[in-house]
Design a protein. Structure first.
Ligand code: CP
Ligand code: NVA
Length: 307
């Protein structure tokens, strides 16, 4: 049995593989829009393990697997043995003998890495404290759909240097674009730890307006990510000036788009005027989670397909 291919971080796939996946996503999406059944994963089972809440990730993986002809099983920490201390390695052995592909949303990245190391089947990271690769897969597909190639473009990230921000930074390395990150003091990107020190694809800013100047895409995320709720009050104070508003969008390029992985808090990290305004592509971005993940599951299970 050959080793399965996993998707735990954005850098797990090459630029050529992303080019294939984006092409494939377009094909799968068009077929879906024409109501043409496509069941390449007939009889395959996806197990989804959630240790944190979700709307989009659960829905897009579950619906996506059904649409590809397979089935999906939802497990959470609360009512499985995962929440009662069963070792992750044991869970991986058992779950991967009963299924064809696994998606995990959890806390530390080390948990998905440990699971994958013992898994007989592909494992997909559905969000960890460190990364959210499926989100950025959808975001970049959305950018390409709306504005064309992302290579050479600049993204402004305004806010917490969290899992979604870290994944944008990895994506910039793989796909050759730049990310300007503006975070409040104490919440900056740890470039050393993440391996981006000296990178030509990353610039840190203390002023969010400066970070947005001339960029092609402005994006942000909640001030407090899941798992960090105890810091909520301190974060509300620290991030008060890190709200993407019309002034920030006005210094970006006129054709710049606004993205947010959702869920959003209007009046905190973004104004209603921006997220509900003409430059926002958040609903296409959310929908594209479905299409990119269908292409991803097909690729991890069946490899490249030429139609
Ligand atoms: N963006 C995202 O992953 O949303 P959910 O938390 O609803 O899955
Ligand atoms: N950074 C957020 C993203 C939610 C989709 C979190 O981790 O809670």
């Amino acid at each position: 049995m050959s080793a399965p291919r996993h998707y735990l971080q954005f850098k797990d796939l090459t630029r050529g593989e992303y080019e294939y996946l984006f092409e494939r996503t377009r094909w799968i999406k068009e077929k879906f829009k024409r109501y043409e059944p496509y069941h390449p994963l007939f009889d395959r089972t996806l197990v989804m393990i959630f240790e944190k809440a979700s709307t989009r990730t659960r829905l897009s993986f579950e619906a996506g697997m059904h649409q590809l002809g397979g089935s999906a099983i939802y497990l959470n920490t609360r009512d499985s043995q995962l929440g009662r201390g069963e070792p992750v390695e044991d869970a991986a052995q058992v779950i991967s003998r009963m299924s064809d592909i696994v998606m995990i949303r959890t806390f530390e990245q080390a948990i998905v890495e440990r699971f994958a190391a013992q898994s007989r089947v592909p494992v997909i990271n559905g969000l960890t404290n460190e990364f959210h690769p499926c989100q950025i897969l959808a975001d970049i597909f959305t950018f390409i759909e709306q504005r064309g190639c992302i290579q050479g473009k600049t993204v402004a990230w305004v806010g917490d240097s969290n899992n979604v921000c870290n994944t944008w930074l990895q994506a910039a390395e793989v796909l050759d674009f730049a990310v300007n990150v503006a975070s409040p003091p104490g919440y900056e990107v740890d470039a050393e730890r993440l391996g981006f020190r000296g990178s030509a694809h990353f610039r840190a800013f203390s002023d969010p307006m400066a970070a947005c100047e001339g960029v092609d895409l402005v994006t942000t995320d909640v001030w407090t990510s899941m798992g960090f709720e105890a810091e909520n009050e301190a974060r509300k104070q620290a991030f008060a000036d890190w709200c993407v508003d019309a002034e920030m969008m006005a210094v970006a390029r006129p054709e710049a788009v606004f993205m947010h992985c959702l869920p959003a808090h209007r009046g905190e990290e973004v104004t209603a005027e921006v997220i509900d305004g003409p430059q926002s592509v958040v609903w296409d971005e959310a929908e594209n989670r479905l299409h990119v993940q269908k292409a991803l599951m097909e690729f991890l299970l069946l490899g490249r397909i030429d139609n």
